[in-house]
Design a protein around this ligand. Structure first.
Ligand code: SF4
Length: 286
């Protein structure tokens, strides 16, 4: 697992979109904008959210065909009155996604970039959570409303990093920004050391973490992300989330079914240390 990342998997991962913007020479704020949109829409079935993100970026590119990938998106979301995308996705309507994207554009116009909205909290408290809280506040200020007064589809795109949830999409966005460019992550925020990151926990990662005895906690929340990250620090104190991409893609590639197909565990590099929970019956009992 230390030999990863499997760079060839990038094309089937949402980081492909900010990577394409970076490769096209888009400025750092434009890459940040594409990254935050991609991270926050990255839930549910991978092919579905990949299609929606690609569609939104294509709509922006169609409005500015001479612009590079990423630059066209930043232009679209920074226009007066905000963008008007036509695509919704699961919990969020097209209008809610447009408002969210417009807020990213407003924050970048006001602060110079998403890093500039994250940095005050980070520098004050020295934790990524504090940085995310200031960035989250800046985005809601740009929206001109409070989360409690906003529709659920908009709140879903901007979860509260102070709320105690595991904030998988925020922490994945941070991993992309902070970890050095290794062909997967982007290394755009070098002031934050990778040691400060937390693991972006989702259902697959948390099941795997329990099978690998990285946590005994039953809930998938911020404390569990801290506990799993602390366990990964035993393996790499300077870069504990370096394993995230490879572990995620065990599920995305269909290689890991959490023990439901034991024949897939035999060639797995984690087989010696992994003890997947027995499959649950319809009654929820092992
Ligand atoms: S040993 Fe099996 S359950 Fe564990 S990570 Fe590998 S494929 Fe998944």
């Amino acid at each position: 697992m230390r030999q990863h990342p499997p760079v060839e998997r990038v094309a089937s991962d949402p980081v492909a979109f900010p990577r394409a913007a970076l490769a096209a020479g888009a400025p750092r704020p434009a890459v940040e904008a594409v990254a935050l949109l991609s991270a926050m829409l990255a839930y549910g079935a991978v092919p579905l959210f990949m299609r929606v993100i690609r569609g939104l970026l294509d709509e922006a590119a169609a409005a500015a065909p001479r612009e590079a990938a990423g630059t066209a998106f930043l232009r679209a979301i920074s226009q007066p009155g905000g963008p008007r995308f036509s695509l919704g996705y699961r919990l969020s309507t097209a209008a809610e996604i447009s408002r969210f994207a417009g807020a990213i554009g407003t924050v970048i116009s006001r602060h110079g970039g998403l890093w500039e909205a994250f940095a005050p909290g980070w520098r004050r408290a020295g934790t990524v959570r504090a940085g995310l809280i200031t960035l989250h506040e800046a985005l809601w200020q740009a929206l001109g409303t409070r989360p409690a007064a906003a529709p659920g589809g908009l709140r879903h795109l901007l979860p509260d990093p102070a709320g105690g949830g595991c904030c998988k999409r925020w922490l994945m966005f941070l991993r992309w920004m902070v970890r050095p460019d290794d062909g997967v992550d982007l290394g755009l925020w070098p002031e934050v050391p990778p040691a400060a990151l937390l693991i972006p926990l989702d259902r697959h990662l948390s099941r795997l973490a329990r099978a690998l005895d990285l946590t005994r906690r039953a809930t998938d929340d911020w404390k569990t992300a801290e506990e799993v990250t602390a366990a990964l620090r035993q393996l790499d104190p300077l870069d504990p989330v370096r394993y995230d991409f490879a572990l995620c893609h065990l599920a995305i590639a269909g290689d890991c079914t959490h023990g439901r197909h034991p024949e897939r565990c035999a060639p797995c590099p984690l087989a010696d240390v992994c003890q997947p929970a027995p499959p649950r019956t319809r009654q929820g009992k092992p």
